[in-house]
Write a protein that binds this ligand. Structure first.
Ligand code: JHZ
Length: 395
């Protein structure tokens, strides 16, 4: 891994602090967030690893069901999977609070979710959920109970697991010969194009490209046969993967198209990442200037969506409580707490809170459309949003 980006010292992105934490003696931990590129495998990864147990514990606050966009994306996907692949058994790695699983028949769908607080939600809904980390031991357990799994799906999870060899070995252990693997992850190409450096935080060990995924799965005799572009999470890719031995499925042109796009963007060259770093540094300068200008005029700024991504932005750009008064968020386990690192207060979302502000910083910029629709009255009354993607600006 050759380093190309330094995002400074960062706290754990999903460790929201209580008032007691702030007053207590235990110091918040910070980790150096650096990002590198591996010329051989084309993998882009953060360089300093934090143990999974520290990040994904039994109080993990993020719930994917908090956005309409994700719920409708998962609903559409489940209909498609049932119609096209007709799986006898569907397995989801990283099932979170079951926003996808709940669209499947309870007898034909199982989940894997190491964070117990989330696994309990799907178990209570009647879905068999293993509250364990995905590994060979678990894959063996599942195989001995269910024999074969014919569809494995994982969204925004593999990027959180350091040992990808272990991941794919365990997948191939349990996947039937004609089984399908579907992976959904933020697209590195979109991240580079939109200067979305906040896709990097300690949980996101990797941001994948097709170039890297191809290299990773080759040694497990797996092949990408289709690609879908999604607008979720700032631009994601859904990779459809089969065993090379399964010749019944043909390779769709979308795969070649994506590969060409990535090569045209020179994503196999280190220099591309150096250019990205320069743009990130410029983005920081512009955002800091924008905030300072607004504060000079005594205007009030609040934040919308206390995302893991915004933890990177706030800590990298050193945006303090003097600049952003507070955040609003709908997630129960985040509210009435404080943002990691900057200790900006997070209030429980309520429409009226927005009217206390002149400007609203979009922490959840990836849900811009959904949020703008919801907040049309604030916009009508002259309220303005601030975003840093693709360039810092007022919208
Ligand atoms: P959102 C998390 O990242 C962490 P984050 C994780 N590591 C990951 O990979 C991705 O998710 C998938 C709130 N909100 O999805 C809800 C509102 O308050 O961008 C969430 O707290 N009102 C697992 O945290 C946050 O914004 C709204 O109307 O970067 C969105 O977080 C909407 C739409 C959202 O992920």
């Amino acid at each position: 891994m050759k380093k190309f980006l330094d995002l400074g010292m960062q706290p754990l992105a999903n460790k929201y602090l209580t008032k007691r934490d702030l007053l207590g003696k235990k110091k918040e931990q910070f980790y150096h967030l650096e990002v590198g590129f591996d010329k051989k495998t084309k993998l882009v990864s953060i360089l300093n690893r934090v143990s999974s147990k520290k990040m994904f514990d039994n109080n993990y606050p993020y719930k994917s069901s908090m956005s309409k966009t994700m719920n409708s994306s998962f609903k559409k996907l489940s209909e498609k999977i049932i119609k096209i692949f007709k799986p006898r058994l569907f397995l989801e790695i990283g099932s979170n609070d079951g926003s996808l699983l709940r669209n499947f028949n309870k007898k034909r769908a199982i989940g894997v979710e190491p964070c117990k607080n989330l696994a309990i939600i799907t178990s209570k809904k009647g879905y068999k959920t293993y509250s364990e980390y995905w590994d060979l031991k678990l894959a063996k357990k599942i195989k001995s109970k269910y024999k074969k799994v014919d569809l494995i799906y994982s969204a925004n999870t593999l990027s959180h697991i350091y040992n990808l060899d272990k991941v794919f070995r365990s997948i191939t252990h349990v996947l039937s010969d004609e089984g399908i693997l579907i992976i959904e992850e933020p697209s590195l190409l979109e991240c580079l194009k939109s200067i979305a450096y906040d896709q990097f935080y300690n949980e996101h060990i990797y941001v994948f490209s097709l170039l890297a995924i191809k290299n990773l799965i080759k040694k497990y005799n797996l092949k990408v046969f289709n690609i879908e572009q999604l607008s979720t999470h700032g631009g994601s890719i859904r990779y459809f993967i089969k065993r090379i031995s399964n010749t019944k499925i043909k390779i769709n042109n979308s795969v070649k198209r994506q590969l060409n796009k990535e090569l045209t963007f020179k994503m196999d060259k280190f220099n591309t990442y150096i250019n990205f770093k320069k743009k990130v540094e410029l983005s920081k300068k512009k955002l800091v200037n924008l905030f300072n200008e607004i504060k000079k005029n005594n205007k009030k700024i609040i934040g919308y969506g206390s995302t893991a991504k915004s933890v990177t932005v706030l800590n990298y750009c050193k945006i303090t409580r003097e600049i952003v008064d507070f955040f609003v968020d709908t997630t129960p386990d985040k509210t009435k707490k404080y943002m990691p690192g900057t200790h900006i207060f997070i209030d429980k979302y309520n429409k009226n809170l927005l009217h206390k502000a002149d400007y609203v910083f979009l922490g959840a910029w990836n849900f811009k459309e959904e949020i703008f629709k919801k907040e049309k009255n604030f916009i009508k009354k002259g309220g303005r949003f601030i975003t840093h993607v693709p360039v810092p600006r007022i919208i």
